[in-house]
Design a protein around this ligand. Structure first.
Ligand code: CAA
Ligand code: NAD
Length: 302
């Protein structure tokens, strides 16, 4: 029992202080789960207004978790929520806050240039022991890491939306990622209560290499008029056992993120029909209908 206690205690881990950059759908979820498992978290975004909104969404999500975890123990649940929130600090200045960071997790927009700019600055500002990780859905980790001098301490840590509910983390290593770095990322994922799997640095790793073409095939089916969005979703939920259909899942992931992924792959692999862009998707994104997060995508949300 004692060894079990120590092996799960974050005080025994190399990673205590975590910085999460980008506090959107993914960053807020990652910050929440890291704080809920006793890590000190610094959450970063571009403005305080965004950060305040993200803290509110973390609180809402924690309330849902607490309701389940502390069924009849309201006091215990309230303490869990308050203690978790108290472990999260917010800032718009990552370059100063990075000084105490053991692990940096980047979850900003899916754009190589923006990620390169961020990592170039942070590589100069961070202590040498800090491990860098990206939560990218589709970009090569090796290419993201290329602008840093810590390619040995760089890996992919790919979470799934909604982070508090989804158990999987894909831990991605490049040829330069050392065993120590990989092991630290793998162990950290376990500390969060997640199940890590090991992936090579291939497009989409495991899940998105299968899931994104599937979503895009559903969008093409809709474009051809083969079936309505509702019928496609109902069919895949009831006929294949998925918790969400592919069209509602696209809305859930975010149509901008879905478009960034598919456009990036299409540019790199123009001959792969599964990576073809879609008119409907392009049109919705152009009209800022980005899915659930903006209140409308393929569907409308309250
Ligand atoms: N925080 C905390 N709890 C949450 C939550 C959140 N953000 N979202 C849902 N929950 C909880 C609810 O409180 C609810 O708890 P109870 O069972 O105690 O009532 C439970 O989850 C179920 O929620 P709902 O009843 O509202 O809805 P649901 O049964 O449809 O479950 C879901 C919601 C877990 C999101 C489920 O629909 C699902 O698994 N959908 C598929 C998600 C998926 O495929 N994600 C991967 C996207 S791809 C990706 O992430 C990778 C990428 O790079 C793009
Ligand atoms: P999002 O649009 O919800 O959030 C991105 C956040 O990053 C925004 O709050 C934005 O203000 C912030 N940001 C942008 N540039 C920044 C910068 N230079 N410094 C600080 N903050 C910055 O996006 P998301 O869905 O959370 O996706 C974030 C990353 O996670 C992307 O790389 C995406 O591919 C990946 N991802 C997304 C999903 C998903 O289902 N949405 C799942 C797994 C991985």
């Amino acid at each position: 029992a004692i060894s079990a206690f120590f092996s799960t205690s974050s005080s025994q881990s190399a990673i205590k202080n975590v910085m999460v950059i980008g506090s959107g759908l993914m960053g807020a979820g990652i910050a929440q789960v890291a704080a809920a498992t006793n890590h000190q978290v610094t959450m970063v975004d571009q403005t305080n207004a965004i950060l305040t909104k993200s803290m509110r969404s973390i609180e809402k999500s924690l309330d849902r978790v607490a309701k389940k975890k502390f069924k009849d123990d309201t006091e215990g649940g309230n303490k869990f929520v308050a203690d978790t929130l108290a472990r999260i600090t917010i800032t718009t200045e990552p370059n100063t806050a990075i000084a105490d960071t053991d692990l940096l997790i980047e979850a900003i927009v899916e754009n190589m240039r923006t990620k390169h700019k961020l990592f170039t600055d942070l590589d100069n500002a961070a202590p040498s022991h800090t491990i860098f990780a990206s939560n990218t859905s589709s970009l090569p980790i090796r290419e993201i890491a290329s602008v840093t001098k810590r390619k040995d301490k760089f890996g992919g840590l790919h979470f799934f939306n909604p982070v508090p509910m989804m158990k999987l983390v894909e831990v991605v290593r490049t040829p330069e990622t050392t065993d120590d770095t990989f092991d630290a990322l793998f162990q950290f994922s376990k500390e969060l209560g997640k199940v890590p799997v090991s992936c090579k640095d291939t497009p989409g790793f495991v899940v998105n290499r299968l899931l994104v073409p599937y979503i895009m095939e559903a969008v093409r089916m809709l474009e051809r008029g083969d079936a309505s969005a509702r019928d496609i979703d109902t069919a895949m939920k009831l006929g294949a056992g998925y918790p969400m259909g592919p069209i509602e899942l696209a809305d859930y992931v975010g149509l901008d993120t879905t478009k960034f992924i598919i456009d990036g792959w299409h540019e790199k692999y123009p001959d792969v029909p599964l990576f073809e862009p879609s008119e409907i998707l392009n049109d919705l994104v152009a009209r800022n209908k980005l899915g659930r997060k903006t209140g409308e995508g393929f569907y409308k949300y309250d």
